[in-house]
Design a binder for this molecule. Structure first.
Ligand SMILES: Cc1cc2nc3c(=O)[nH]c(=O)nc-3n(C[C@H](O)[C@H](O)[C@H](O)COP(=O)(O)O)c2cc1C
Length: 165
């Protein structure tokens, strides 16, 4: 069975999460492709999809939101797992984001797709990569800087993905 793991990432940390998910799925003898959404032309030939985006200001990256909307009908007929990555700091990522689990503006798409699971992973704020405006936002909301991605949580989640169930 063939799985597409596709992601939208501004500074690379969500791309690395997608790679780790892809590796975990390969262990289970799925045929896996991992690529950015910007390089996905067609969803033909895949039996399942893992789709994720970095979160900026409570939203998925524009390309990711568009991808989900564009392919909504095909995705509704296949097993789909959705992930977001963002919150930094210790503790439950959903609590850090005050209960946020998925972008509000994609709620109806999510409802149509009926994903098998939706998860929010911790993210990575690397000040060296941010532009001036982003640094100002991080400072003003007092966001915690650093790499909080929890690889065990990510691998465990990926290991529970089962196309046949
Ligand atoms: C300007 C800015 C706004 C952000 N807004 C959010 C947010 O609303 N929610 C969240 O969980 N993380 C937020 N983050 C954290 C990013 O989602 C996190 O750094 C993520 O890992 C970045 O992924 P990327 O490297 O794939 O772009 C924000 C980061 C920046 C720099």
């Amino acid at each position: 069975m063939k799985v597409l793991v596709t992601y939208a990432s501004k500074y690379g940390s969500t791309a690395e999460i997608a790679e780790v998910i892809g590796k975990e799925l390969t262990k289970r003898e799925y045929e896996v492709e991992v690529k950015p959404m910007s390089e996905v032309d067609s969803l033909a030939g895949y039996d399942g999809f893992v789709i994720g985006s970095a979160v900026y200001a409570g939203s998925w990256l524009k390309g990711a939101a568009k991808f989900l909307r564009t392919h909504q009908e095909i995705l509704a007929g296949r097993p789909v797992w959705l992930f977001s990555s963002g919150p930094t700091g210790e503790g439950d990522p959903n609590e850090i984001m005050s209960g946020w689990t998925f972008p509000e503006n994609l709620a109806s798409v999510r409802e149509a797709i009926k994903p098998k699971d939706v998860i929010l992973f911790h993210g990575y704020i690397n000040l060296d990569k941010l532009n001036f405006g982003e640094k100002m936002i991080v400072k003003s909301v007092k966001a915690t800087v650093g790499d909080y991605r929890d690889w065990l949580v990510i691998r465990t989640w990926a290991s529970m993905i089962n196309l046949e169930s």
